[in-house]
Design a binder for this molecule. Structure first.
Ligand code: GLC
Length: 736
């Protein structure tokens, strides 16, 4: 903990002046569900309004806009006894008003600079609109695409997830939290939220210590080491104890072992939800358990504000525990410069110039391009020519201007995305005929964050028009996938294929015109077996945000050579889930020699993914030399260097993500068959060859073993190099 002494002195001085009620007020966060710029509200919001004025609120969420935040801030600062400023939080997950690719899509860029810049732009925009704290990055490792929030994280791997988490924290927080354009970040959801059984949101997570330590916690630890200002806990229980009341997680590991000096915010109502969990009998007990377990601020459960005083008076909660929580909260507020200037983030002028600017949109387009993954390109059907073609765009996402904005869209303007159709028309010359037919429906009704998405399951009314267009076209671009409200919070699904009539539409078009390019827009991995089998080109574009159509057109017409790689495995069937590349070998990994069934497999599907973790094609052709290793023996304080030459045999310059994996063959606990331990995204010109090298030290081989300590264990290792987790070359070395 490298604390700022000056800030610590100010915190202590203020803490001494505070009454117990005022301290508890800092631990209380409300949702701003009324127009704070209007007259005093009535009803439930009236109590919140009055508590704002009496210093009984420490933070608000969902109050956005320089003017609104200024008004709410004034209520607290100008009326409460000590004038302690509020911290305003908001879900700035993948952009504020300039919308970037959903985090899973952005993770497919494997471009840490681009990811950091994306967060930096989001911070610049939101900090101009009153926001000084984002509830991001979400760093939950997930292996089950049924879970709707898979779109919000960085996929299945702790190493890639950790690197991306740090890039996002650095982008949001910058070098100086008080510079007025940076915002406090929040690593969430602590912990194991992505391991909900069956991928059903909020469901039980039951993971062992080794999975917790070696898979789930590394991205959080990376955020703490990068100086993340806050952590948000999780709705789920872990092994019988809700995360919100989990002392082992929040105090023993996060605050003691890791030395975290920021504060823990509960997730929405999660303190009160410990009653439903069957862990607390009432709000009083829930508050006692949560605050003693290290939950510092209560988001919208009203438990703390109504219970903590009595708990302290009854001796069930030490006032020193309250002081610790308030110290952490005040520390972050001082770091953000809120005491010096409570209106630092309420700059009406900056709000006009820095939000949704042309410059930011250009950055969003570049990040979007880099996030696109080329899954298939038979006969080099791509890139398409910009002239002399009759192009059909068919499918419910072809002219959609809202779905590409994704879920968790902050202040995105509804229907503001550049659609695929618009992007293509912006790209091609006058002599190219581009026509659109929807073919079938996608969803209808209340398309928003709160309510179930109303998918249009059976709709073939547009088939005839689409088929007619396909007949007269040289190439058909099929825009297929999910509505953005099929992923995100509360959006788990039991099926992950193309929804509604899209597959029927695709098959009907395929009967007429085989020259098809599928452009996928989706928030989770989908099952794409028939598509892979029958369609020459497939492009994974996720939900790319404001500039989606332009970014996709850049790739389709070759102005950008696709460089993305999957951060998640794409299954062949939903029944394979959870599915991930860094699996354990089991005692029966291989097909039975006599053809018997007694080995770890499904009788109706392969074990392998359709598209593996780390997979992505290019318009270039990258050839790998036989890799070299500096030695086949490595001492504990030594290292081995692995090098490989990558040649671009294609006709166009491109970027390749060269990946390094290891396998620890024997351990005091079983080890995964592969673990990503390095990657480098290299630009290689056509005809050029580049050497890429990685150095492995014992800390790269370390893990939490049977005795619970973090160290490398002597023994034999395999090391793999390649352009994805499947197509690799293997070498070996021994650690002695
Ligand atoms: C939600 C989410 C959390 C979000 C919070 C505030 O329920 O779980 O990620 O930051 O509430 O919107």
């Amino acid at each position: 903990m490298n604390l700022d002494i000056d800030i610590e002195k100010k915190v202590e001085k203020l803490l001494k002046k505070m009454t117990l009620e005022e301290k508890i007020g800092q631990m209380n966060q409300y949702n701003g569900s009324w127009d704070v710029t209007g007259p005093a509200p009535d009803g439930n919001n009236r109590e919140k309004y009055d508590q704002l004025k009496s210093g009984m609120v420490g933070s608000m969420l969902n109050v956005v806009g320089a003017n609104a935040v200024r008004e709410a801030q004034k209520l607290a600062v100008e009326n409460s006894r000590l004038g302690i400023p509020l911290i305003f939080g908001y879900d700035v997950i993948h952009g504020f008003q300039t919308i970037f690719p959903v985090p899973l899509g952005e993770s497919a860029s494997w471009d840490l600079e681009a990811i950091e810049l994306s967060a930096k732009v989001a911070a610049k925009e939101s900090s101009a609109s009153g926001i000084s704290w984002t509830f991001a990055p979400m760093v939950d490792i997930n292996r089950d695409a049924r879970w709707g929030r898979v779109m919000e994280g960085a996929g299945e791997d702790p190493y890639l997830g950790s690197k991306i988490a740090v890039a996002r924290v650095n982008g949001f927080q910058g070098n100086d939290l008080s510079d007025g354009e940076s915002i406090a970040a929040c690593a969430k959801h602590f912990a194991a939220y992505g391991f909900a059984e069956s991928g059903r949101d909020y469901n039980t997570a039951d993971v062992g210590e080794h999975t917790l330590r070696n898979v789930i916690l590394p991205p959080f630890k990376a955020c703490i080491d990068a100086g993340v200002a806050t952590v948000m806990n999780a709705f789920n229980e872990i092994g019988g104890i809700p995360a919100t009341g989990n002392k082992y997680l929040q105090r023993d590991i996060l605050k003691e072992e890791w030395g975290f000096d920021g504060f823990v915010i509960s997730d929405w109502g999660s303190i009160g939800e410990m009653i439903a969990h069957g862990y607390s009998k009432d709000c009083m007990q829930a508050s006692e358990q949560a605050v003693n377990a290290g939950s510092d601020m209560d988001m919208e459960s009203y438990c703390y504000i109504n219970s903590l005083k009595q708990l302290v008076e009854e001796g069930k909660v030490e006032e020193s525990t309250i002081d610790d929580a308030v110290r952490r909260i005040l520390r972050v507020k001082y770091k953000l410069g809120l005491f010096e200037n409570p209106y630092l983030y309420c700059d009406l002028e900056r709000e006009k110039t820095d939000v949704y600017s042309k410059e930011n949109l250009e950055i969003a387009r570049d990040v979007a391009r880099k996030s696109i993954v080329l899954l298939k390109n038979e006969m080099d059907i791509l890139p398409l020519k910009k002239s002399g073609k009759k192009i059909a765009v068919i499918g419910p996402l072809g002219n959609h201007k809202d779905a590409p904005l994704g879920s968790w869209r902050a202040k995105a303007i509804e229907n503001s995305a550049v659609s695929l159709l618009e992007g293509i028309k912006n790209k091609v010359g006058e002599d190219v005929e581009v026509k659109y037919a929807q073919g079938c429906g996608l969803s209808q009704g209340k398309r928003n964050f709160l309510f179930e998405v109303d998918l249009i399951e059976e709709d073939k009314s547009g088939f005839a028009e689409a088929k007619k267009l396909a007949v007269e076209s040289d190439v058909v671009i099929m825009a297929l996938g999910e509505d953005c409200w099929q992923t995100g919070e509360g959006r788990s699904q039991t099926e992950i294929g193309l929804p509604g009539s899209q597959m029927d539409l695709l098959k009907e078009i395929h009967k007429i015109n085989k020259n098809i390019v599928i452009v996928l827009m989706n928030g989770r991995p989908l099952t794409l077996n028939w598509e892979e089998e029958n369609v020459p080109a497939i492009v994974e574009t996720w939900q790319l945000g404001s500039e989606a159509g332009n970014a996709i057109a850049d790739v389709l017409f070759g102005d950008y050579n696709p460089s993305g790689k999957l951060p998640v495995s794409f299954p062949r069937a939903v029944g394979q889930l959870p599915l991930y590349y860094n699996y354990k070998n089991t005692g029966r990994p291989d097909k039975h020699p006599e053809g018997m069934v007694f080995w770890s497999h499904f009788t109706d599907e392969e074990n392998t993914p359709l598209y593996p973790f780390g997979y992505g094609l290019s318009y270039s052709k990258f050839d790998y030399s036989k890799p070299t290793i500096s030695s086949n023996n490595m001492s504990m304080n030594g290292s081995v260097k692995i090098s490989v030459e990558v040649s671009n045999k294609g006709a166009v310059d491109g970027a390749e993500v060269v990946q390094l994996y290891i396998r620890d063959l024997i351990g005091t606990i079983t080890r995964p068959v592969k673990e990503l331990k390095g990657f480098e995204k290299v630009q290689i010109k056509a005809g050029e060859t580049k050497t890429v090298s990685f150095e492995l030290k014992q800390e790269d081989l370390a893990f939490y073993g049977a005795d619970g300590t973090f160290k490398a264990e002597e023994g034999d290792f395999e090391v793999f190099v390649g352009g994805n987790s499947r197509d690799v070359q293997k070498m070996t070395f021994s650690l002695k």
